[in-house]
Design a protein around this ligand. Sequence first.
Ligand SMILES: NC(=O)c1ccc[n+]([C@@H]2O[C@H](COP(=O)([O-])OP(=O)(O)OC[C@H]3O[C@@H](n4cnc5c(N)ncnc54)[C@H](O)[C@@H]3O)[C@@H](O)[C@H]2O)c1
Length: 260
Amino acid sequence: MLNLCVIGCGNIGRTIIRAIYEGKIDCKVSGVFDVNKDGYNVLPDEIKKQVKFFANFEEFINTDANLILEAASQQAVKAYAVPVLKHDKNLMLMSVGALVDKNLFENIKEIARAKNLKIYIPSGAVVGIDGVKAALLGGIESVTLTTRKNPKGLGITTDDEKILFDGNASDAVGKFPKNINVAATLSLAGIGFGKTKVRIIADPNVRENIHEIRIKGKFGEILTVAKNLPSPDNPKTSYLASLAAIACLKKITSEIEIGT
Ligand SMILES: NC(=O)c1ccc[n+]([C@@H]2O[C@H](COP(=O)([O-])OP(=O)(O)OC[C@H]3O[C@@H](n4cnc5c(N)ncnc54)[C@H](O)[C@@H]3O)[C@@H](O)[C@H]2O)c1
């Protein structure tokens, strides 16, 4: 049986732990590691009885979990992705922006290959990752992500629509690290950080976090739009991101896989 442990007991971590506890995934969750216990403390007591809190990474990583979910930060990916794999545990990553570091990405792939482990990257707050993966095999001409958010979500104030960034995913991840996991996932699935085009627009007229993806290639053209509402208990995180991680866990544990 899948035995999950989680790095980061914030919004995404707690949503996934609750989903497992509610029986939505055929999986056990036995521990969480976090630098701060506040997120763990708000979990219901019946969950806390089953899920142990670890403040010490060495103790956490030596449990018998077979999959570690990172739902913490890009710093956590940099610090813990390699040790997790070296302890023979599969890895699921949410803070995908960290993988703009090519050395880190190649290193974790190499360790996973050598140890016959898997690294899972859920689609996150975007739709169309299946399409870009399939399209890549026939040849892609361009991939463009346009992210449109309320100025508050981007940490600025403006009464007019404002283009904050227009460039490639590699530069976008550096300039908007907290907002750009979607660009990273799209780049890794498709034509890479250097060639994936990204536009970030502050728009006072929108409430949702809107991600539009346009892919052109030999197959034709794909256009997807995700209008994301925030998570019920964290306005900064799109609810779909947590749901995508739960769906990824379901895919791992299911006897049938639908979609690429
Ligand atoms: N892939 C996607 O589409 C997508 C979408 C939304 C969020 N994210 C990313 O997922 C991550 C989690 O998001 P969230 O909304 O749950 O955040 P959150 O702020 O609600 O929770 C993060 C938790 O991780 C802990 N943490 C941070 N750095 C840590 C470290 N180095 N070691 C141990 N614990 C650490 C924090 O104390 C906090 O409890 C973020 O990096 C976020 O950018 C990805």
